[in-house]
Design a protein around this ligand. Structure first.
Ligand code: DLL
Length: 433
């Protein structure tokens, strides 16, 4: 099933034409109605009338997270506040938070792209969707909520946390779909394993709509095996809209980007140069239809690859590879670049480990050190010391051969590592403290 065949299965040439037409509108709208864009276009010597083809986009200046912070709270809005009906915001752990706004029409587009995403996974109006992403300023809860309603599914707005209650509703309300972060779903799976009176087989759960943080294929296997469900990826970012910028389909080969609303480019994160399709790099977004908060050439910091081979699902939309990390999350350990998701893949490929881990980076003298704490299963923990030693060396050998770095591996008891109800905090970098 395809929610909006007209756009999702549009021939590539027609999509390019549509994008060019919408880009002209979006750039002109940003330029005419927002001072930041006007100044930044002018200082780059660019006027929206100069956009004649998609390749002219490389002349448009980038928008960065810092620009957004500097414009706190409403400096990047391009409509009067009385046309804005909703705001979301990302937490400001460093500096100001970013605030994003939506008009009535933006809210409608947001709901549609989430409904399209749900349809990608095979979810229909017959489903019962337990929305366990946080409701509030985070886009996850309300984003999934309105998308689910748009699809016509029964929507349960439980929000994140209160795991006992999640289990109760899973059973009593007959939820067939759960939407939350992958780390929270694992947390729920652990809870189920500890609760004698609860058997997942007594529920109707069949699909997980998981995203908001990187998660590996190994993590997917673990979730699917433990809960007997299909786990699908949903991606998005508040600056661009929220969840539903792209979604995996049942072919499970990358995520389709809803190109009638977002124009994407891949750039070299060091130089800003646009790279040909098929190259790995930072994905840059330009909104095509957003009214309240246009995002023009926004540098997401997310690293991925785009490709256009035909997909068996029938969608013609460009696909992006699963995002395995942000360029900001990349750890440089003694000169070696490592993403937390690579560490996750290694840990999960070793038998006996649990999918809960945390990475600690320190500096001793001039040298970076890395410690990886990982939970191991209960049975192993009570095993002899030499079994644990063997496991530790197996993990540490894999780090050396696969990543080229040495790490101190600490095996810890189940339930030692803090659990999340939203995005997991995997890395504790203590180098500049
Ligand atoms: O996390 C929106 C969202 C909510 C997506 C619910 C999916 C589900 P932000 O809080 O602004 O928005 O964080 C955006 O999270 O730039 C990525 O680095 C990361 N991210 C989001 N989805 C995925 C995913 C929401 N499926 C940032 N895989 C993005 C990997 C993801 N990383």
């Amino acid at each position: 099933m395809i929610f909006n065949r007209e756009y999702e299965a549009m021939p590539a040439a027609a999509m390019k034409e549509l994008q060019l037409e919408r880009l002209k509108w979006s750039l002109t709208h940003a330029y005419n109605n927002n001072k930041f864009y006007q100044d930044s276009f002018k200082s780059a010597g660019f006027h929206p009338d100069q956009l004649k083809s998609l390749s002219d986009m490389s002349r448009v200046p980038f928008l960065t997270k810092q620009d957004m912070r500097n414009s706190y709270p409403y400096g990047l809005f391009a409509v009067p506040l009385n046309r804005v009906v909703r705001v979301h915001s990302s937490s400001g752990t460093t500096g100001n938070a970013t605030v994003v706004g939506y008009t009535k029409n933006d809210v409608e587009v947001f709901a549609e792209i989430v409904a399209r995403s749900l349809t990608c996974y095979g979810v229909t109006s017959d489903d019962i969707i337990q929305v366990a992403y946080g409701y509030g300023l985070f886009t996850g809860g309300l984003g999934l909520h309105y998308g689910s309603e748009k699809l016509g599914a029964l929507t349960i707005p439980i929000s994140g946390g209160n795991t006992d209650r999640q289990l109760m509703l899973l059973k009593d309300f007959g939820s067939t779909v759960i939407a939350c972060t992958p780390s929270y779903l694992l947390n729920i799976a652990d809870h189920i394993a500890k609760t004698d009176s609860f058997d997942i087989k007594d529920t109707r759960l069949r699909i997980g709509v998981l995203g908001a943080e990187p998660w590996s294929d190994e993590m997917r296997n673990e979730i699917e095996t433990r809960l007997g469900i299909e786990a699908y990826d949903i991606y998005g970012l508040s600056e661009v809209m929220g969840p539903g910028v792209s979604a995996e389909c049942q072919a499970r080969n990358g995520l389709h980007i809803f190109e009638d609303h977002f124009y994407v480019e891949i750039i070299n994160p060091e130089t800003g140069e646009v790279l040909p399709e098929g190259s790995e790099g930072e994905i840059v977004y330009t909104s095509l239809t957003k009214e309240a908060f246009p995002t023009i050439r926004y540098r997401s910091r997310d690293i991925t690859t785009l490709y256009r081979e035909p997909c068996s699902c029938g969608r013609t939309l460009v696909r992006m590879k699963k995002v395995t990390g942000r360029s900001d999350d990349m750890l440089i350990i003694r000169g070696v670049n490592v993403y937390p998701s690579q560490i996750e893949s290694i840990l999960m490929s070793v038998k006996g480990t649990e999918p809960h881990y945390q990475i600690y980076i320190d500096r001793e003298g001039a040298l970076d050190t890395m410690e990886v704490k990982v939970e191991i299963n209960e049975k192993l923990f009570s095993d002899e010391l030499k079994v644990l030693d063997a496991l530790r060396s197996e993990i540490s050998d894999r780090f050396k051969t696969m990543l080229g770095i040495s790490a101190r591996i600490t095996l810890v008891e189940p339930m030692t590592i803090a659990r999340s109800e939203g995005k997991a905090k995997r890395v504790v970098d203590r180098r500049n403290k």
